[in-house]
Write a protein that binds this ligand. Sequence first.
Ligand SMILES: Nc1ncnc2c1ncn2[C@@H]1O[C@H](COP(=O)(O)OP(=O)(O)OP(=O)(O)O)[C@@H](O)[C@H]1O
Ligand SMILES: [Zn+2]
Length: 600
Amino acid sequence: MAAGRAFFCAPSSIGATARRLAFASPPARPLASAPHRRVRGRCCASISSSSDASPPAPPPYVLTTPLYYVNAPPHMGSAYTTIAADAVARFQRLLEKRVIFITGTDEHGEKIATSAEASGRNPKEHCDIISNSYKMLWADLDIEYDKFIRTTDPKHEAVVNDFYSRVLSSGDIYRADYEGLYCVSCEEYKDEKELGENNCCPVHLKPCVPRKEDNYFFALSKYQHKLEELLTSNPNFVRPSHRLHEVEGWIKSGLRDFSISRASVEWGIPVPNDTKQTIYVWFDALLGYLSASLDDGEQASLQQAVDRGWPASLHLIGKDILRFHAIYWPAMLMSAGISVPDAVFGHGFLTKDGMKMGKSLGNTLEPKDLVGRFGADAVRYFFLREVEFGNDGDYSEERFINTVNAHLANTIGNLLNRTLGLLKKNCNSTLAFDSIAAADGNSFKNNVENLVDKAKGHYENLSLTSACETVLEIGNLGNLYIDEQAPWSCFKQGGEIAEKAAKDLVIILETMRIIAIALSPITPSLSLRIYTQLGFTEDQFRTLRWDDTKWGALKAGQAMMDPKPIFAKIETEVEEKDQASPKEGKGGKKKARSKGLVEA
Ligand SMILES: Nc1ncnc2c1ncn2[C@@H]1O[C@H](COP(=O)(O)OP(=O)(O)OP(=O)(O)O)[C@@H](O)[C@H]1O
Ligand SMILES: [Zn+2]
């Protein structure tokens, strides 16, 4: 879903030529959502409750990322949204929600056809390649989505057709002429007053060209009051609050109808009953959130998609596409008689030199390269911890290295490593006490419990940055505790003092166990490594719930693994100065490399 692409609005002159189409059928009735059985773990969207006598289970937690536009392969911006969504999905699974985490690719439009032609491929071949590059990156980043929808999927086309018919039946589609200046890169008509010199598009810095088209329009203006009501009745519909204010401002300034078809674009879904036009990419792509829930090869319909997983609990998007999700999409759904989503969260931009990183500007950061050098946990942790979720943030490699080294290698990794080392040396790698008994009367346990509750609240509020901070606070507390108690010297004293030292090790290891669970939405592989070093199996890790953060799982007699670094510190090495490049200055340029990622 390209930020630059937007619906173009009907100008006031449209009235002269507009002819509202007359339809006999009454407006659509709201579609009912079928109940779902609650199942732990990965998506089970195809489970039907119709033959089940048990009481209806709560609806699924449906979470979406934007469907990314396949004009180019993914970059760190696309990865950022998807990492955040994966962290939310993992947290919701820990709460035992039946999660349907949807992502995918938006594959129609003129820009795709042009990119395909430039690479000497037909559009479908081009889409296959680029869409696959998204899937591969998501695997590299430990993203566990449940549904990946491509808008060229036949089941999606069926849903779009049904949806178009419903909106048509509501009397909200009409035909009109439009003439204006068009930016092909944005795939939208522009208002002359927003253009620069020589009618240049402000995003693409290229002149817009005059175009005249006969298009179909959606009557957005009819939904002005309903959208106002939506924001009043659900103040959490748009988050964070500064984005809500933006949306309120747009609505207040008056909503204009927008075009939902293109006469000049062949690479798209044909408009029902008018094959000379194709449906405009946004009126097509947003429906992917519905068609995603359908199984491949089944008889696809809009009703079926609604029954499988609607309304969405959360659309996680960048702020560039807020207007489409917070205004156009709910209005379109209202017109089709379908429930609106529960919430839309518009996060900020990753920037480079203050400019939005994006495919069109080509100033992107390569996530594959970062993952290859530093591993998925480091990338996931850095962007969620250091870019305040909801605001913009700039990337710097120096900050990246300093952050992950300090937090993951030192605060968490070293604490586990030295505690297991002490346990091996003094207790034969076996716990001498139950963690409950070890912490009896110790306020440290209460402090950890309070912080875990705080972290849970942050995850629930989508304050992912604060969630990371709070879990790290637990790690800091653990480091402080072990430094103060100095078990290494207490063991030497023997007797009760050594016994207390053995208890302290149990306390720290129980704390590490809790940290592993609480950080697992952000750093799943790192958390698994911690868990297995504590003597648990991978299967036990995979069935954890948030409630398992409760103090007390470690028992006397449990054997721990030998200490092994769970996160390799990233080392910077000074490269030989390139003789031909005097600009680098004395000492050459620094190149960072992980010592090697640690296998689970
Ligand atoms: N710089 C960025 N920071 C954060 N998120 C981004 C960034 N760039 C893209 N995204 C994510 O991708 C979505 C837009 O997807 P799209 O495929 O259109 O990528 P794009 O790089 O913005 O494209 P273009 O530059 O052509 O407009 C955003 O809403 C956001 O979720
Ligand atoms: Zn443009």
